[in-house]
Design a protein around this ligand. Structure first.
Ligand code: AMP
Ligand code: FE
Ligand code: FE
Ligand code: ZN
Length: 284
């Protein structure tokens, strides 16, 4: 039975391996199917397409979208959409500019409340792609010896509860779900385990998500089981992956180890095909 990893980051967002390296690494770990799910960009996916073809690794279109749901910031994984879809690409462009606006707020907060004075250009220089997020601020903090590690930066300055209002520039969850569906894709709630109480997971799902990321390194065995049962009960797709951000980064040991079965990938393929047929029908 083949193995899949549907949650991987590259240098196009906050990962430290290039798309090319990711495909080669996936091949060496005997993964049959992967999805590159960078934050709010398809750049890493696009760069990986020719390499995946060359090495016979199946590469599914993917992305991890930031959204606002239930009054907080939510990560939504999207798969099997048409990567050329104009509306989706326009949404992604908006999200990336929201990331810049958000970064300016984060830097203002650090300057005024913590006395840490970083410029946007300095943070951008940490992101090869210019697609910035908190991990790039964390890496700059390490480089400038404000903290000794990325996790310490999150604990002391960047984690949830430390900076308020930074998720408010993203699109609403409903809109994200609709745009992905119109692009022929399926959505899944990313890493629900550590983030939301069970009732909130159910409320988020009820907005119209197609799946639940049951398999994720932040989930203990009990959580994985509970989410899988919930997904089955609600007839949701079951997705999963390692959330790999590069060698030496958080969750790195799980790459090639924590995997999704091809049976789950086949269910995702079927659901997306059905949606695309329905979408096509609606246009005629
Ligand atoms: P952002 O895109 O700015 O919201 O940053 C979110 C990203 O930060 C996540 O995708 C993780 O890669 C990373 N992250 C979140 N919490 C932590 C943490 N406690 N330690 C290290 N990295 C983290
Ligand atoms: Fe990330
Ligand atoms: Fe995430
Ligand atoms: Zn991720």
């Amino acid at each position: 039975m083949g193995k899949a990893d549907l949650h991987i980051h590259t240098t196009a967002s906050d990962g430290s391996s290039t798309p090319d390296e990711i495909v080669r690494l996936a091949r060496s770990k005997l993964l049959n199917t992967i999805a590159i799910t960078d934050h709010d960009t398809l750049e890493g996916y696009r760069q990986a397409v020719p390499v995946a073809e060359e090495l016979s690794v199946r590469l599914i279109p993917g992305v991890e979208l930031s959204a606002r749901g239930e009054g907080r910031s939510v990560h939504v994984l999207a798969y099997q959409f048409d990567p050329e879809n104009l509306e989706l690409n326009e949404l992604l462009r908006r999200q990336r500019s929201a990331r810049i606006g958000r970064m300016e707020r984060i830097l203002d907060h650090l300057r005024s409340k913590e006395g840490i004075d970083f410029t946007l250009d300095e943070v951008r220089a940490q992101a090869r792609s210019g697609n910035v997020g908190r991990p790039h601020v964390a890496r700059l903090m390490v480089r400038k010896k404000v903290v000794s590690s990325v996790p310490e930066a999150f604990i002391r300055y960047l984690g949830s509860g430390k900076i308020s209002g930074i998720g408010t520039l993203y699109a609403e969850l409903e809109e994200v779900i609709d745009v992905v569906a119109r692009a022929g894709g399926m959505t899944s709630l990313a890493h629900p385990g550590p983030l939301y109480p069970p009732a909130e997971v159910e409320r988020l799902i009820s907005v119209g998500l197609d799946g639940l990321e049951c398999i994720h390194p932040s989930h203990g065995f009990d959580q994985q089981k509970r989410f899988t049962e919930l997904a089955e009960q609600k007839h949701l797709l079951i997705t999963g992956g390692s959330d790999f951000h590069g060698t030496g980064k958080e969750y790195a040991p799980w790459f090639g180890v924590l995997t999704l079965s091809e049976k789950r990938v086949a269910a995702l393929d079927r659901a997306a095909r059905n949606r695309q047929q329905l979408n096509g029908g609606a246009d005629e």
